[in-house]
Design a protein. Structure first.
Ligand code: 15L
Length: 278
């Protein structure tokens, strides 16, 4: 059985993955926050991945890494820098030094969020980040590309839409990713032989998708769910949103601004740490 490290394991996506992958892999979980209620197939290592020494400690001896740890929404630059730029570099570099070849990097729809909703995009489009958060995800994709080409590492980049048991609103009808489809695609990332550097979209088989996800299908992905089953219910509750946000795939992230309160960036940076936040 492979040993798989999940960073940022106490967050939403980490919690879904723990439940879905528990019987397939030996899970090593890591986060800055403490973890409650681990199962017998899991071990937990508390770590702050903005420190290289911690990144080296948690990546030692694993077969693959799912690097969820980081700031998971738009935020002030200080928080994004620590968690998503420095933290990501430390984990990739620690993996290299420890001889771990395979990394599954959950990038985001926000790496391409400034594409308009009337366009279907595939895995080859040039990034169009919609936020500092989106830029940090493009950084992770670029770092993955460098480590694949330069060091022969195996990088599986999943541009995740929104993971939730059901789609939350109209925008998410196009980018919804059910927990079981998430588990299937991440397992492909862990087990598919011969990965060098791949970008796929982490979405279910949604009728309203903005993505041509043929690269994921080529690698064996067969989504089981489609947000359309929830469309009527979701659209009934939908209220008119910001018209600029609604033009772009990233939605509200395309109009979000730096927190104006001068006290906020410090607080945000302190709060953000390495944890996976909704
Ligand atoms: C993301 O990348 C975030 O991690 C998640 O919290 C949601 O905001 C999601 O995108 C989304 O676009 O709905």
């Amino acid at each position: 059985m492979k040993t798989v490290l999940i960073t940022g394991a106490t967050g939403d996506v980490g919690s879904h993955l723990r439940r879905e992958l528990a019987s397939k892999y030996r899970l090593r979980l890591s986060d800055r926050r403490s973890l409650e209620g681990k199962t017998k197939n899991e071990i937990f290592m508390k770590a702050d991945i903005s420190k290289m020494s911690d990144a080296l400690r948690i990546t030692k001896g694993v077969d693959a890494i799912i690097h969820l740890g980081g700031y998971s929404v738009e935020g002030g630059w200080g928080a994004i820098l620590q968690a998503n730029i420095i933290g990501c570099y430390n984990v990739f570099e620690a993996a290299r030094r420890n001889g771990v070849k395979r990394i599954i990097f959950p990038t985001s729809n926000h790496a391409v969020g400034f594409y308009r909703r009337d366009r279907t995009i595939d895995h080859k489009v040039y990034p169009k980040p919609d936020s500092r958060y989106g830029v940090s995800k493009v950084f992770g994709e670029a770092l993955g590309s460098l480590y694949a080409d330069k060091y022969g590492m195996e990088m599986f980049m999943v541009r995740i839409g929104n993971v939730h048991p059901f789609p939350l609103d109209k925008r998410r009808l196009s980018i919804w990713f059910s927990p079981r489809d998430l588990a299937q695609l991440i397992s492909i990332g862990i087990d598919h032989p011969g990965i060098k550097f791949e970008i796929v979209y982490g979405v279910s088989g949604n009728k309203r998708s903005w993505y041509d996800n043929s690269n994921a299908v080529r690698l064996g992905y067969q989504p089981q769910d489609d947000a359309e089953a929830f469309a009527e219910e979701v659209l009934k509750k939908e209220k008119p949103g910001d018209p600029v946000a609604e033009l772009h795939q990233g939605g509200i992230f395309t109009v979000a601004e730096e927190v104006p309160n001068p006290a906020a960036p410090k607080k945000a940076a302190r709060k953000a740490g390495m944890r996976k936040k909704k």
